[in-house]
Design a protein around this ligand. Structure first.
Ligand code: NAP
Length: 290
């Protein structure tokens, strides 16, 4: 890598940040595209607003934002893309003359993963396990794609209810409230679910390395209803949730492609280029190595 006076800087802010795969992805894309860019992690312990201000002053071209700043960082931006504003979270900041503009490429990353696996949400019944930032993005995607129903199950019911309310408001404004039923329930009431063939998104941290033997629901009766299970976790590659889905006859996917595609979209927004399928495939192969 040649760093010279023309090198532009990209980066990610979050805390903790040392586990991040984003530098690997972006630096490989930049190398393959022959662009004079470098992507670095910035561990920001507390003051994200100051970090964004400093990044802008330093001329940084674009940033990713991860836990715990995806929502709080929004008040430091010049503007926020419409759907990201509705979701209430951004993960990508693009430099503009007025300041950084916020986007949510988690939602487009998940959308592209589903499309690459041939999974259609339109008219389907969907269960979301969890009600954090990732579940919020998944819930809005289900609404955007006009799923027949979206049921959020979470340990803290109020958080699931808050997302359900925001998604219903979005559906009402887009005049699609009749098409998608959205509601929240606690984890332990899953036996009350109608016996459908569901698409299930696992959006909690349970099962993430090193706690690989955990899943938020362990009962086979639940997984018998899962035609497709998508775990947003990608470390380990096969989570306990995924094993339970497969053991009960469903198809299971991890979140690695979502990670890859959200990064590709962010890179395209920063550089106003298109990353070819060939480069995307190469980066995916590299991610599989670990
Ligand atoms: P978050 O905002 O912190 O939300 C975490 C969720 O997990 C909450 O619903 C929380 O429940 C639940 N939870 C945590 N510990 C639990 C426990 N012991 N029992 C039951 N529920 C528990 O996190 P996030 O940003 O949504 O991320 C969630 C997962 O998605 C993470 O594993 C993250 O790595 C993954 N993710 C992947 C991608 C990707 O590109 N593949 C992108 C974003 C996120 P409460 O509400 O009750 O606290």
């Amino acid at each position: 890598m040649n760093i010279d006076g023309e090198t532009r800087i990209l980066g990610i802010i979050g805390y903790p940040i040392r586990h991040t795969k984003s530098p690997l992805i972006h630096n490989l894309i930049a190398k393959r595209q022959g662009q004079n860019l470098i992507y670095v992690p910035f561990e920001v312990e507390s003051d994200a607003a100051l970090a964004v201000q400093g990044a802008y002053a330093l001329g940084i071209t674009g940033m990713n934002v991860t836990v715990p700043y995806k929502t709080t960082v929004m008040e430091s931006l010049a503007g926020v893309e419409e759907l990201a504003g509705r979701i209430g979270a951004v993960n990508t900041l693009v430099r503009t003359e007025a300041g950084f503009q916020g986007y949510n490429t988690d939602i487009s990353g998940l959308e592209r993963e589903l499309s690459s696996e041939g999974i259609l949400l339109a008219g389907r019944h969907v269960l979301l396990l969890g009600a954090g930032g990732a579940a919020r993005a998944a819930a809005f995607l289900c609404a955007k794609e006009r799923a027949a129903s979206v049921i959020l199950l979470n340990r803290t019911l109020q958080k699931a209810e808050a997302i359900a309310q925001d998604v219903r408001a979005y559906l009402e404004e887009t005049e699609a409230a009749e098409e998608t039923e959205v509601r929240a329930m606690p984890f332990d009431s899953y036996p009350e679910l109608a016996k459908e063939r569901y698409i299930v998104f696992q959006c909690t941290q349970l099962g993430l390395y090193p706690r690989v033997e955990e899943a938020v629901i362990e009962d086979s009766a639940f997984y018998e209803m899962a035609e497709v299970g998508i775990d947003l976790i990608y470390n380990p590659r096969v989570t306990k949730f995924m094993r339970l889905v497969e053991e009960n006859g469903g198809r299971a996917y991890n979140g690695l492609k979502m990670l890859l595609y959200q990064a590709v979209r962010a890179y395209e927004l920063w550089t106003k280029t298109t990353v070819s399928d060939e480069i995307v495939d190469e980066v995916y192969e590299r991610l599989l190595i670990g």
